[in-house]
Design a protein around this ligand. Sequence first.
Ligand SMILES: Nc1nc2c(c(=O)[nH]1)N[C@H]1C(S)=C(S)[C@@H](COP(=O)(O)O)O[C@H]1N2
Ligand SMILES: [Mo]
Length: 367
Amino acid sequence: MMPLRRPPFATDPNEPLRQGPYQSPLRDERVAALLGVALGLLFGICFATGLYSHIQQHPLRWLPVPAAPAGLYRITQGVHVAAGTASLPVLLAKLWVVWPRFVAWPPVKSLAHLVERVGLLPLVGGGVFMIFSGVANIAQWYPWRFAFPAAHYWVAWVTMGALLAHVGAKWAIARRALAMRSRRPPLAEADPALGTSAEGRLALLAPRDPDVGPQGRPVNRSAANAGVIESARSPDYRLRVDGQVAHPLALTVDELEAMAVNHSTLPIACVEGWSYSATWRGVRLVDLLRLAGARPGASVRVESLEADSPYRASFIDSGQAHSGNTLLATHLDRQRLDLDHGYPLRLIGPDRPGVNQTKWVTRVVVL
Ligand SMILES: Nc1nc2c(c(=O)[nH]1)N[C@H]1C(S)=C(S)[C@@H](COP(=O)(O)O)O[C@H]1N2
Ligand SMILES: [Mo]
């Protein structure tokens, strides 16, 4: 059999990273370990905040989501997107530093080495997929056929599993490398900290400007795209409150506007990482539930005029539904809601993802 020929730039996996054609002084174990720690922290933050977002959007019966602090989701999701975006340059740097290992020769030295190398596939592949799909999602660019949230969620588990195995395999080497005094000043590390707030608007590392849009606020799905322009303006519009209630309600726009006397200052925090806080005026959901004779403590589904969209309805658990802060809003910062912001009526509640702040609300189903 022909012996495997060594490719021109391959290195020996037993030798240090910096050798042959890979002479940069930045290629050393210590830099690799520092980048690894930074990446592990950033991915860990993304995973924890991502799980919170997932639970908000796929509620578990036995796990209520808090209704206070109202800005909690705004913080967790802002951190999620900022940490995910910050991990892109860190991952690229890490791959560049350890690249000699990928082309090491022979490709496999032992069974343990084979296992370690196979484990790099879900780790590197998963990491690249998570960052690429996340960044593409906040850019609202979908160059794929799968459903983004499901893929982003499941690949996260695979990536975290591979990451744990990798940390286990590299723990000893990384500790030794970090204990060594560096010969050069260490590399600048990524800073996952939150940016500064500009009067309640925040979009650190997020591509959308929270100031641009109707009423000075961004819009992800317009009334035209949702196909609700006619139904939202129709004199036949009613807000129905039904389901498990003693007296179903059907309210006109005039009736709702007359009832809209409560104010809440609450953020909209999109999963994309941008958010803004506003003062909303509207009818308290808990008052509507009482008026309809719903069981105290009931949870609720809120439905939109929009026909087929994954965001046409959202669930509110008992705690959020009975928070006096949760409104069916008619006004945004003293102005009648723009059609694109959900006219005639939108849901706004504390500590909820933007996707759960349903616009063009026409029905409240008590569960
Ligand atoms: N009916 C409906 N409501 C919706 C959406 C939607 O597509 N359809 N998008 C949601 C998303 S993703 C966000 S971030 C907020 C944004 O609210 P805004 O457009 O008023 O800023 O509305 C939410 N409500
Ligand atoms: Mo959103």
